[in-house]
Design a protein around this ligand. Sequence first.
Ligand code: R5P
Length: 262
Amino acid sequence: MSWGLKNRLARIIRPETGRAVMLAVDHGYFLGPTSGLEDARTAIEPLTPYADALMLTRGVLRSSVGTGVGAPIVLRVSGGTSILSELSNEGITASMEDAIRLNVSAVALSIFVGAEHERQTLLSLTQLVDEGERYGIPVLAVTAVGRDMVRDARYLSLACRIAAELGASFVKTYYCDDFERVVETCPVPVVIAGGKKLPEREALELAHDAVVHGAAGVDMGRNIFQSDNPVGMIRAVRAVVQDNASVDDAFALYQEGVTVQA
Ligand code: R5P
């Protein structure tokens, strides 16, 4: 691993804690105008001071994020499908040269282990790792899960380990029972996605359980930007991940600023 690659990774996963709060706002690449992100600039701007990294596409980065943004960028570079098509049929959607022009700290690509186009997505990962190694850019492998796939430790450890074996610098997956097994069998850091919107306390419990069981943090989207208090929620998630706050203390942070309905 080159100095540059390690340095970029250390911008995302804080060396002091070994953890990261990544804000995932890349959903539009296959979902279109996702609820909560219809106006990307307005949604993202107030959250960036609390994020260790922003995960998004180059289109939203160029159109909706100011060049003065402090948070490192994790650029989604896989896609080519929509929610209406076969999701695993992804390819690489941005070149490494463009990623460098955009001054990103990492690139992200989904792998679809066990899906129709598994091979193509795994080979795209290896291509990206080769290019990333050339320029010192870390690759985040996202273990995408098909509609019919069970998100259990057996499957997720298979997908995470394959990603690491193929050279990913870090991996994003889902939290599951027996999550330690996923982390312990994956030789690179593992962060978790938040998944569908949950009640805020449950989302904080998810983040808490994940880091307690070995996750290097979260790459969370809907449970933050679809909250009724997105800033309170990202501050709460940050308290759990970076400050080891209890769920109760974090939930209190979320509640600051929530308007109680009469
Ligand atoms: C999905 O493929 C996207 O990469 C999202 O960034 C990811 O699912 C994390 O977002 P959420 O916390 O909303 O699941």
